[in-house]
Design a protein around this ligand. Sequence first.
Ligand code: FES
Length: 157
Amino acid sequence: WGENMSSDEEVAAASRPYFIGKKENIIQARRVLKSVGGRDVLVMYHQGDFYAIDARCYHSGGPLQEGDIEDFDGRPCIVCPWHKYKITLDEGEGLYQAVDPSVKPLKPTWCSKGIKQRIHTVTESNGDVFLTLNNSAGAIDSDYYQTEKYRDTILKE
Ligand code: FES
């Protein structure tokens, strides 16, 4: 954030759409890592849809751009390469498997830890792709890894 900006200006700057690239190029690349408005965001193309998510995992700051995308419980998730946490692409929920010991035979079911990773909005216009940051005020776990300390040491673009 600019030091001299009023908080109204900061909100306006953060909520504008940022040009990410040509649609055809992003589809071809499948993943694009961008620094926008003071955040490092991973934009992905997966099975016909665009997604944007904070680039570093909410658990310990793992590089999600290197994670695989797989479906769990019928939902596309990015799997963090560091400790295999699963994060839904559409909501940023942390998913885990749990077993109810009172139900036999024991069968693991998928559960949600709630929204852990900040998700952003991707829009298209005339073949261009734009990102609008999600400025919702409540803290989300992945915000921690968007501070200067982590942005300086981890992102190598
Ligand atoms: Fe992502 Fe641990 S840092 S699972």
